[in-house]
Ligand binder design. Structure first.
Ligand code: NIG
Ligand code: FE
Length: 342
């Protein structure tokens, strides 16, 4: 058996409501993610469902996903809003996260992603509204991070910059969805602004990499989304070889990726990102904890930290990415307490 630190998933889209398997089938026969998003589907389709759900609906459905994740060894993770796109429903999602964190064993860290898709009223009007939302979210301590989806079909570089600057001035930590669908240079702009992590980076250009290195920004890569959307993979090797810290996450969500298993992510990291098995493990534990600001509590098995430990039926570290089935997860401990056994 192998004992490893509990996995930290620093990027999920929990809580959401409902499913989008129809879109998955549309993409399988040739439609693209952006085409579906621009025609009012994609994120907008989950927004319609989340708006109809109650906090209790959200808690019930997402508790199930958190249980799946626990069984695959995830003991801490990020959750975010972004499927409400208005004051009432963004807040509802954040409150559901708070409630979930009282009901599940995992540590949950909350992010406000009100800027996930542009609602009907348009970017400019909505950005003003987002600033008002941030004030309330800050005063009620409902999120630690503010995130923005700056990409084709989502928010502009200028709008994203203004929003993050305001967020930073209000005392939020900032992070971004950048260069997932297009290359717009926002990863380095966000790094300069002080983003803790820049997430996705499938299409990042080589010239941006030194900026990430300079500011110590964490490149958070999510190869399961590349796999799911059948796109390129982020240049993990180049980032690591140029001194950029790399973390790995699932990006678990109802549209662009429904894989949540850290073992599967580890497989993709080794097989498609060119990371070594030990680089992958560090990226899914300590580096992921650094993204969430919980590296003093979790991420390593060490005196003084919380005993978040996963026991794997694996003869050696390489086995995780080689045999990425959740069946090898034999026990999960959260803060010294056994919370799952198989
Ligand atoms: O990280 N890129 C934006 N957001 C998600 C997709 C969310 C969705 O499609 O519902 C992502 O891929
Ligand atoms: Fe995401």
């Amino acid at each position: 058996m192998l004992a490893i630190p509990g996995f930290v998933d620093p990027h999920t889209h929990i809580p959401f409501h409902g499913e989008r398997s129809e879109e998955f089938v549309m993409r399988a026969v040739g439609k693209s993610y952006v085409e579906i998003l621009k025609s009012g589907g994609g994120i907008h389709s989950t927004v319609k469902k989340v708006r109809k759900a109650s906090i209790d609906n959200l808690v019930k459905e997402n508790k199930k996903y958190l249980e799946w994740m626990l069984k695959s060894g995830v003991t801490s993770l990020e959750c975010k809003s972004g499927y409400g796109l208005d004051f009432e429903n963004e807040l509802k999602q954040l409150k559901a996260i708070k409630k979930l964190s009282e009901e599940v064993p995992q540590t949950l860290i909350s992010t406000f992603l009100g800027a996930h898709a542009v609602p009907q009223k348009g970017e400019k009007a909505y950005l003003t509204e987002l600033i008002d939302m941030m004030k309330v979210i800050k005063s009620e301590s409902l999120a630690e991070f503010v995130d923005v989806f700056c990409d084709e079909g989502a928010f502009s570089v200028e709008g994203s910059f203004d929003l993050l600057k305001r967020a930073k001035d209000m005392g939020f930590k900032i992070r971004v969805h950048a260069e997932e669908l297009s290359s717009n240079g926002f990863a380095s702009i966000a790094a300069e602004l002080g983003a803790v992590s820049v997430d996705h980076l499938i299409k990042i250009k080589d010239r941006e990499i030194p900026t990430l290195e300079k500011y110590g920004t964490i490149a958070l890569l999510m190869p399961a989304t590349s796999f799911y959307l059948k796109t390129m993979y982020a240049p993990a090797r180049k980032l690591i070889d140029n001194g950029v810290p790399v973390a790995l996450g699932s990006d678990f969500n109802p549209g662009s990726n429904t894989f949540y298993s850290p073992l599967f992510v580890s497989h993709l990291a080794v097989n498609h990102l060119g990371m070594t098995p030990s680089e992958a493990l560090v990226a899914q534990t300590l580096n992921a904890a650094c993204v969430l600001g919980i590296e003093n509590e979790v991420g390593t098995i060490e005196m003084g930290k919380s005993a978040d430990i996963v026991i794997l039926d694996a003869p050696r570290l390489e086995y995780l990415s080689y045999m990425p089935t959740n069946e090898i997860v034999k026990a999960v401990f959260k803060n010294g307490r056994k919370v799952f056994e198989n």
